[in-house]
Design a protein around this ligand. Structure first.
Ligand code: DGJ
Length: 744
C-alpha cells in the first residue's frame, strides 16, 4: 500500500482506509466478513505494512464467536460503529428496534467515496472543511433494511478527525432508534487516564482526572442543555501524561443538548470511547426512507501532552468552528449594566453609564436584563420582547441611538428561549411551553422553556429578534438561557414522538440561531447560559464568544479559565471586572487582581456601578487601556497553562508573531518563608532574546525554556514591589502580577 499523498485519504485494494496528514493517522479496514474494524488513531503511519492483518483471532474460553466464525470475537475486536447482540456485549454505537421487534442488527460494508468538499449536516452545526478530505463509508443490514453512512473528515493543518453518522430506514415499516451515537473509537489494551470538565453554576470547568477502571465511565447530560455539570469534552490519555508529554485523544461533541461520552474498559482491557446524543431517555421514530443525522464528533490527537492537545483544539476552533468574520477580530471593551444596576435600568441610568464608559475609554455599552415590558425582577415578562416604555419612554432604539452618538457601540441582552407565566405571551400561547399533560411543571428562576421543536415558536422568536436587529443600532447580543429542561414534552407531537423533543428542540434552536446570525453576520453574539451552562462547540459555531461563568471573583475565575482552556481558545471567552465584595462568593480582591485575571479572555470589560467606577477611576482607565492595547493578541495569541498548584497559577500568552509574551502569575493564600519559585516558559524562539519589561533584563529564549526565570516572591515582611520591577508580589492573600517579555 502507498503512503497517503496530500490527498490525505488512501484506500488500499484490500480496503484499508488510511486517513493521514503529516502528523496523525486514523486507520480502519473492512474484515473479510464485512465488519468495519478500527486499526489505529494516533501518530502518523505512512507505510501500509501490517495494516491489513486485522485484530488477532485466537482461542479464548467462554467467548462468543461472531456468526460461528472460528475465533472471531467481536467482544475484543476494535470496531468503527459497533452494534450490540451479535457477540459484542459492550455499549453499541447504534441500537435500533427493528420492524421485527428485536434489536439484533448487523452492519456490513457496502461502498465508500472520498471527496474534497465537506458536506454540511442538515440543521446541525458542523466544522467547516477546507484543506481537508472527507470519506463516506456506507454500511447495510440487509435483514433490518438499515443503511448507515459514516462520514470522516481529516485536515491537512489540524490534528483532527471529525465523524458523524446518517441512519436511513430502507425498509417498508418504521423502526425506532434507541441510541445513535456520532462516533466510536476502540483503543488497544493499555493503561489510560481520563480528564474531563465538571462543575455547577459559578464553578464551571473544574478539572477532574481519574484512572480508567474496568467498567463504564460516563459523562452526560439529560437536562436538555449540554450543561455545566459535564462539558461535552473528554481527554483520554496514556497514564502519566502531563502538559508537555504523553499521548492524548481529545473528544468533543459539537452539540448543545443531551449528550453522553462514555469510556468502557472490558475484561480484555480493550477501551471504547463512544460519543453522541445521550441514549438515556432518547427515542427516534424513523419512517421508511427517512434519515437521522447525528451531531458531529471531533477527535484530536496529541503525542506531546495536554498542552499540544489544547493548541490543536484552539487552532481548530478558531479556524473551522467559530464564525470566521470574528475569529481574528479584536473584541471591544465593554461596560455591562448587570452588576452595575441589575433590574434598575432606565434611559437615564444607561446614559449615565454610557458617559462614564466613554470617560474611561470603554468602547461598548451593554444593556443587560431588565429593559423589556414589566421586567422589574426575575419573576415575569420573559417572552414579551417589547421595550418597557416606563423605563425607556422613547424606546430602546432612541436609547441606543444616544449611546451610539457618544461614539460607543451598543449591546442588548435577550433570553429568547424562555417564557414567564406572568407574561402576555403565556396568556396568548400556553401551549408553547415545554410540558407534559396533567403534571405540575417544575420551575427554574420562575421560568419555563419555550418549545423550540415547534416551527411557530421559532418563527415568533426570529421576528422578535429581527425587529430589534433590523434597526441597525445593535452591535452585540448577549443570548442568555437560565434554566434546564424538565417535564419534557410538546403539545405539537403525538405520544409516540415525545422522547424526540429534546433533539427536535436543538434542531429548532440551531435553525433560529443559524437564521438570525447569518442575517446579521456583523453583529457579535455572545452565548450565555447562567454563565457556562451551555458552553459548547455547537453554539460556538454560531456565536463567537461565550459568557464562561457568572463567577467574577478572580480566584474563582482562575480555575474556570484553566479548565475551559483545555478545549476553548481565549478568543471565545468573555470576562468582566465586577464589584467587591464579589456577588457570587463574597470575596474582596483588588482591582489589580481582577484586571490581571480578567486579562486572559478576548472579550473584556466592566460591570460596576457609577460609584464604583468613580472610586477606582485611575485603575480602571489603566485596565481599559491595557485591554485595548492587547486586544488583538488575545484573539490571535497562543495560550499555555504553565503552572497550577491550586494555590499558585501561572499562564502564558504569546502574541501571534511571538514578539510579545504575557505571563500572569497568581498567588491565592499567603504564607511566611515560602520557597523561591522559578518557572520555565514554553513555545519561544530558542535563539532569540527576550526583555522582561519591568526588570529591564534580557533572557535567552533557550534559557527561559530550559532554565526558567524567577517568579515574583511573596513575603509579607517585605515592602511591596514599589518600584514595579516584578521581583516581589504585593504582600497578603489574592495577589497577582502580569509580566511582559518582548522579543528583542
Ligand atoms: C444570567 C447571566 O449569566 C448574567 O450575566 C445576567 O445576564 C443575568 N442572567 C441576567 O438575568
Amino acid at each position: 500500500m502507498k503512503a497517503p499523498d496530500n490527498g490525505l485519504i488512501h484506500v488500499s485494494e484490500d480496503r484499508v482506509f488510511n486517513l493521514s496528514n503529516q502528523r496523525i493517522s486514523y486507520i480502519f479496514r473492512v474484515s473479510p466478513e464485512g465488519i468495519l474494524e478500527h486499526v489505529h488513531f494516533g501518530g502518523a503511519i505512512a507505510s501500509g505494512h501490517g495494516l491489513s492483518a486485522g485484530p488477532r483471532r485466537e482461542f479464548r474460553g467462554a467467548v462468543l464467536e461472531f456468526q460461528g466464525i472460528k475465533h472471531y470475537q467481536l467482544d475484543d475486536t476494535p470496531q468503527e460503529y459497533p452494534l450490540f447482540g451479535t457477540s459484542d456485549s459492550r455499549q453499541p454505537a447504534l441500537h435500533v428496534l427493528n420492524s421485527a421487534g428485536n434489536t439484533v442488527n448487523t452492519l456490513l460494508y457496502k461502498s465508500h467515496e472520498v471527496s474534497s468538499t465537506k458536506p454540511k449536516l442538515p440543521n446541525l452545526p458542523n466544522a467547516r472543511g477546507g484543506n481537508s478530505r472527507t470519506l463516506k463509508v456506507r454500511l447495510e443490514d440487509a435483514v433490518s433494511r438499515l443503511e448507515v453512512t459514516l462520514s470522516y473528515t481529516i485536515y491537512e493543518h489540524h490534528n483532527v478527525v471529525t465523524r458523524s453518522a446518517e441512519i436511513r430506514n430502507a425498509g417498508t415499516e418504521a423502526v425506532r432508534l434507541d441510541s445513535a451515537m456520532s462516533s466510536c473509537v476502540d483503543l488497544p489494551q493499555g493503561e489510560y487516564e481520563l480528564l474531563h470538565l465538571r462543575g455547577s453554576w459559578s464553578r464551571e470547568f473544574e478539572v477532574e482526572r481519574v484512572g480508567v477502571p474496568q467498567g463504564r465511565f460516563v459523562i452526560e447530560s439529560a437536562r436538555g442543555t449540554s450543561s455545566n455539570a459535564h462539558n461535552p469534552f473528554l481527554a483520554l490519555m496514556s497514564k502519566g501524561t502531563e502538559e508537555q508529554h504523553g499521548d492524548v485523544i481529545g473528544t468533543a461533541l459539537m452539540y448543545s443538548g443531551n449528550f453522553a461520552i462514555a469510556v468502557e474498559k472490558n475484561e480484555f482491557e480493550s477501551v471504547r470511547i463512544t460519543v453522541g446524543i445521550n441514549p438515556f431517555n432518547f427515542q427516534w421514530r424513523l419512517e421508511p426512507s427517512e434519515i437521522f443525522s447525528t451531531p458531529e464528533a471531533v477527535h484530536v490527537f496529541s503525542n506531546q501532552g495536554l498542552d499540544a492537545m489544547s493548541q490543536t483544539w484552539h487552532g481548530f476552533v478558531n479556524d473551522k468552528v467559530s464564525p470566521p468574520q470574528f475569529s481574528s477580530k479584536a473584541r471591544p471593551t465593554y461596560l455591562n449594566s448587570w452588576e452595575a444596576a441589575y433590574f434598575n435600568v432606565n434611559h437615564d441610568v444607561v446614559l449615565g453609564l454610557a458617559d462614564k464608559a466613554k470617560a474611561l475609554g470603554v468602547e461598548m455599552l451593554v444593556l443587560d436584563d431588565g429593559w423589556f415590558m414589566g421586567r422589574n425582577n426575575d419573576t415575569s415578562s420573559l417572552g414579551d420582547w417589547q421595550t418597557d416604555v416606563g423605563k425607556f419612554p422613547q424606546g430602546i432604539e432612541e436609547t441606543a441611538r444616544q449611546v451610539k452618538a457618544k461614539g460607543l457601540k451598543f449591546g442588548l441582552w435577550f433570553e429568547p428561549e424562555m417564557i414567564s407565566k406572568a407574561s402576555q405571551l403565556y396568556t396568548a400561547h400556553p401551549e408553547w411551553l415545554i410540558q407534559v399533560p396533567d403534571r405540575v411543571l417544575s420551575t427554574g428562576r420562575y421560568q419555563h422553556t419555550l418549545d423550540l421543536s415547534r416551527q411557530d415558536v421559532v418563527d415568533y422568536l426570529f421576528e422578535c429578534l429581527d425587529s430589534f436587529l433590523s434597526t441597525g443600532l445593535i452591535d452585540y447580543i448577549k443570548w442568555d438561557m437560565n434554566r434546564v429542561m424538565s417535564e419534557v414534552g410538546s403539545t405539537a407531537l403525538p405520544a409516540s414522538r415525545q422522547l424526540e423533543v429534546p433533539h427536535r428542540y436543538m434542531l429548532g434552536l440551531y435553525r433560529l440561531v443559524g437564521k438570525i446570525t447569518s442575517k446579521y453576520p456583523n453583529v457579535l453574539f455572545e452565548n450565555c447560559a447562567s454563565g457556562g451552562n451551555r458552553f459548547d462547540l455547537g453554539l460556538l459555531h454560531f456565536m463567537s464568544q461565550g459568557w464562561v461563568s457568572d463567577m467574577c471573583d478572580p480566584i474563582g475565575r482562575l480555575s474556570i479559565i484553566s479548565g475551559a482552556s483545555y478545549l476553548f481558545p481565549l478568543s471565545t471567552l468573555a470576562s468582566y471586572i465586577g464589584p467587591v465584595p464579589n456577588h457570587q462568593n463574597g470575596r474582596v480582591s483588588s482591582v489589580k487582581m481582577r484586571k490581571e485575571v480578567g486579562f486572559f479572555a478576548a472579550a473584556r470589560g466592566l460591570s460596576l456601578s457609577e460609584a464604583d467606577l468613580e472610586s477606582a477611576q485611575e485603575e480602571i482607565i489603566d485596565a481599559i487601556s491595557l485591554y485595548k492595547a492587547t486586544a488583538q493578541d488575545l484573539v490571535e495569541g497562543r495560550f499555555h497553562r504553565i503552572k497550577n498548584t491550586g494555590n499558585e497559577v501561572c499562564w502564558q500568552l504569546n502574541s501571534k508573531c511571538g514578539g510579545r509574551v504575557y505571563v500572569g502569575y497568581y498567588h491565592v493564600l499567603s504564607a511566611p518563608n515560602l520557597p523561591f519559585r522559578r518557572t520555565k516558559l514554553v513555545n519561544l524562539d530558542a535563539s532569540a532574546s527576550y526583555r522582561l519589561q519591568c526588570r529591564n533584563t534580557n533572557f535567552g529564549g533557550d534559557a527561559l525554556m530550559n532554565l526558567g526565570f524567577d517568579l515574583p516572591y511573596i513575603d509579607a515582611m517585605q515592602e511591596p514591589d514599589d518600584n514595579g520591577d516584578g521581583h516581589r508580589m504585593d504582600p497578603g492573600d489574592f495577589v497577582s502580577r502580569l509580566l511582559l517579555f518582548k522579543r528583542n
